[in-house]
Ligand binder design. Structure first.
Ligand code: PHE
Length: 339
């Protein structure tokens, strides 16, 4: 029996482990519950009583020796590993860093924000799930008025209504309710409309709306703000024009067109040979909307505008299908890297 202990001791003392597999093999053979040493402990029962004490001591020493050896093998292995990672071969070529690129919608959104920020607008955001009051009632859409159907709405719950916002005008309401004029803010964000998906329309898109409320704000301020944006974004020679329109929350309301930056007005496919392309809606904030938000419409006036970021991006880069923005095809997305 004592011979066996000696033999195991010799074997474990001369053991080496140069990789994790060998280390694990050592652990299995000498330390684990199924090891040679554990088996000897089982034999202890069968040993005559007068030898039990001496054999038990020898076994305990063997067990300690095995544990110590294992510890030292483990330490050696770790120092090999750390030596490996300490020595970087500086002559090797670098591993190229795979950088992601910004989505075209983000690129255009950031550029639009930059232009409006320089005109003194800050950025406001709000929730995508809204109630009827913020999306319609506060914006002067009368109950059961057909204007509510201008924006086909996704309802999440009815009575009381919870819905996905159809425009970011909801953020204008939140801003005016929670603060005091003056306000000069733009609201970028995602909006949802239940429209048949085609090259021109999707069930969601992004808007940037703007709101400016102060004393003596007039239509001239709206025109100048949009004109400045159009020239900065589409080029110096860009012209703008306003066409009378209707929105429940603005009075008067106008559709905003810019002169076609592709053909410079001579007529092309983009402007359908009219020389003008539409970029959004606008108008003077209806006094009812100001009053709904607790603002004295005798003292304050304001303008608002809204543009679809997808539309602006499609015009700028001559993209002919809105679905490309959400298909996640890297061949499309890669073209905007570094823009
Ligand atoms: N909220 C309008 C829309 O989504 C756009 C708009 C904003 C029009 C502000 C006028 C003034 O259709």
């Amino acid at each position: 029996m004592f011979d066996k202990v000696d033999q195991i001791n010799k074997e474990l003392q001369s053991a080496h482990a140069t990789n994790p597999q060998e280390l694990e093999a050592f652990r299995m053979r000498f330390i684990s519950r199924k090891s040679l040493i554990s088996a000897l402990f089982d034999d202890l029962k069968a040993i005559p009583n007068e030898q039990k004490k001496a054999f038990g001591e020898a076994l305990n020493q063997l067990k300690t020796a095995a544990n110590e050896k294992f510890k030292s093998l483990l330490e050696q292995g770790q120092s090999i590993d750390s030596k490996r990672s300490d020595t970087i071969d500086v002559s090797l070529p670098p591993i190229p860093h795979q950088m992601g690129g910004l989505h075209p919608i983000s690129i255009v959104k950031n550029r639009m924000i930059e232009i409006f920020e320089r005109q003194g607008f800050n950025v406001s955001e709000g929730p995508e799930m809204e109630d009827d009051w913020h999306n319609f009632t506060a914006l002067n859409f009368p109950e059961d008025h057909p204007a509510r159907e201008m924006q086909d709405t996704y309802f999440i719950e009815r009575n009381p209504d919870k819905l996905l916002r159809t425009h970011t005008s909801t953020v204008q309401i939140r801003l005016m309710q929670n603060g005091t004029p003056p306000f000069r803010s733009i609201m970028p964000g995602r909006v949802y409309r239940n429209e048949a998906i085609s090259a021109r329309a999707h069930c969601f898109f992004h808007q940037i709306e703007g709101l400016y409320v102060d004393r003596n704000v007039g239509f001239k301020d709206l025109k100048q703000t949009i004109y400045h944006f159009a020239k900065e974004f589409f080029g110096k020679e860009t012209n703008i024009r306003f066409r009378p329109s209707f929105f429940p929350f603005t009075e008067p309301s106008a559709e905003v067109d810019i002169s076609c930056f592709i053909c410079k007005g001579s007529g092309c496919k983009i402007c359908k040979h009219s020389g003008w392309v539409e970029i959004g809606g606008s108008g003077m904030v209806d006094p009812n909307v100001l009053e709904q938000c607790g603002i004295d419409s005798q003292e304050f006036s304001g303008f608002a505008f809204g543009m679809g970021i997808e539309r602006i991006t499609m015009l700028k880069y001559e993209i002919n299908d809105i679905r490309l923005f959400s298909e996640n095809d890297v061949r499309f997305l890669r073209q905007f890297n570094g823009v």
